[in-house]
Design a protein around this ligand. Structure first.
Ligand SMILES: Cc1ncc(COP(=O)(O)O)c(C=O)c1O
Length: 434
């Protein structure tokens, strides 16, 4: 074990030994290297005459660049766009995202939360968490309705054991099945990993506040039993809430700092929230109750994250980070975001209106949805994959078959006036096949 890793591990153990126990074996070995990175950081501060440390090319005191490239970036300093970012990310962006998280989740006021690190989109954040917290054989508890990439990331890549529970019960979150799954899969285990994703992909459902409280209560109950609980909260579609009943703050607020054995991890991203899918900017923040000031622990875990980022992608796109930072700093940011949420809500409400027509009842039942980009149909008579292919071939309509009974519709991609026709075509296609 590298001495720097040992030092980080000691810090974590001193602040909260349970968090140390939650680390994967790989996570325990990770550290942030001092070599080139720290030497060039020192040089940045002190090398006033010549700085010949890092592998970039400079010219006239600025990043060397081709005019044919930077002509596409008016208004952005070429150094901000082209030079390397640090592995944990642009410091100003990290601070700005933390402020945004507090703005959106006022219940976090006064709760010690780490400074988010920047990841290359949320997928990379989830992969990083798998590397640092998942050992082969660890139970990963998540619902039967889930984003397919979790399997690749956690099960295929990190060898977690998938443990499912049914997501819905009587039109809402299945709290009972969730609690039972926690009990069942934590038996004879010292640690479990729980993945929560609201608004949920593929169903588009966000639990109510009461359901959120019940979820938190169940997790705290397991932590009370002496089991270490790593809760990974995938907030990809955060903020896209379309009815009054659903939780408007992240479930992170109900878990952050609530128990010494419960590490709450918020993985989120500009991707869907800020409508910048290809820019690849995500974040990871953590919170845990600790007898001592948790700041050194947060810094130690962030150093491990930083080392893991350094190992895999070195650092995230400086240009993308700069663009998000500029957007967050713009006074109209929240207002612009609200306008887009209103547009998405209009589409979601139109889907509800169209589907309220009983003429579709023999073909499907829609799963409950109140948020996000998607909704899901539970098909009654036809196989979802057969329907998907038929829709494509005969009607030129693209949908996603998730399971043999479930068809996912991304209403986020449709204009409101296209929604009626879409469902009529799906219905027609169901009739063709039935
Ligand atoms: C639930 C969920 N989490 C994470 C992601 C990945 O986001 P990103 O594109 O930032 O990697 C997606 C993308 O579809 C998603 O649906």
């Amino acid at each position: 074990m590298n001495a720097l890793a040992e030092e980080l591990n000691r810090t974590i153990q001193e602040v909260n030994p349970y968090v140390f126990e939650m680390l994967s074996e790989r996570g325990k070995r990770f550290f942030f290297p001092k070599g080139i990175l720290s030497q060039s950081a020192e040089a940045k501060a002190k090398a006033t005459k010549f700085n010949a440390t890092i592998g970039v090319a400079m010219e006239d005191g600025k990043a060397m660049c081709l005019p044919s490239l930077v002509c596409s970036l008016p208004g952005i300093d070429s150094d901000d766009a082209l030079l390397y970012s640090s592995s944990p990310g642009n410091q100003k962006l990290r601070e700005a995202w933390k402020i945004k998280t507090l703005h959106d989740n006022p219940d976090l006021e006064g709760v010690p939360v780490s400074l988010p690190i920047v990841t290359s989109g949320l997928s990379h954040g989830l992969s990083l968490l798998a590397d640092i917290f998942v050992n082969p054989g660890d139970p990963l508890i998540y619902p039967d309705m889930n984003w397919g990439n979790y399997a690749l990331n956690y099960v295929v890549k990190s060898e977690a054991v998938p443990c499912f529970y049914p997501f819905f019960d009587n039109g809402g979150f299945n709290t009972k099945a969730f609690g039972e799954a926690l009990d069942k899969y934590s038996q004879n285990k010292s640690k479990i990993i729980v993945l929560l994703n609201f608004p949920n992909n593929p169903s588009g459902y966000t639990p109510t506040d009461a359901e959120g409280d019940a979820i938190a209560k169940e997790l705290i109950r397991i932590a009370d039993k002496g089991i270490n609980v790593v809760v990974i909260i995938d907030d990809a579609y955060f903020g896209l809430f379309f009815d009054d009943a659903c939780m408007k703050q992240s479930i992170f607020t109900k878990l952050a700092g609530k128990h010494e054995r419960l590490l709450a991890i918020k993985a989120d991203a500009a991707t869907k929230e800020v409508y910048v899918w290809g820019l690849r900017v995500g974040f990871v923040s953590i919170a845990v109750k600790s007898a001592k000031d948790p700041k050194p622990l947060y810094e130690a875990i962030n150093a491990k994250f930083g080392g893991c980022i350094r190992a895999v992608i070195s650092n995230c796109s400086s240009l993308s980070q700069k663009l998000i930072l500029q957007a967050l700093s713009c006074p109209s940011f929240y207002q612009e975001r609200e306008q887009k949420v209103a547009k998405m809500k209009e589409r979601a409400l139109k889907v509800h209106e169209v589907l309220s027509n009983p003429k579709y009842d023999d073909a499907w039942t829609p799963y409950p949805f109140n948020s996000g980009y998607f909704m899901c149909l539970k098909l009654k008579k036809v196989d979802a994959e057969k329907l998907r292919l038929h829709l494509l071939d005969k009607y030129g309509v693209g949908t996603i078959s998730i399971t043999p009974t479930n068809l996912r519709i991304a209403f986020s991609c449709l204009e409101t006036n296209e929604i009626q026709d879409l469902f009529d075509l799906i219905y027609q296609a169901c009739q063709d096949l039935a």
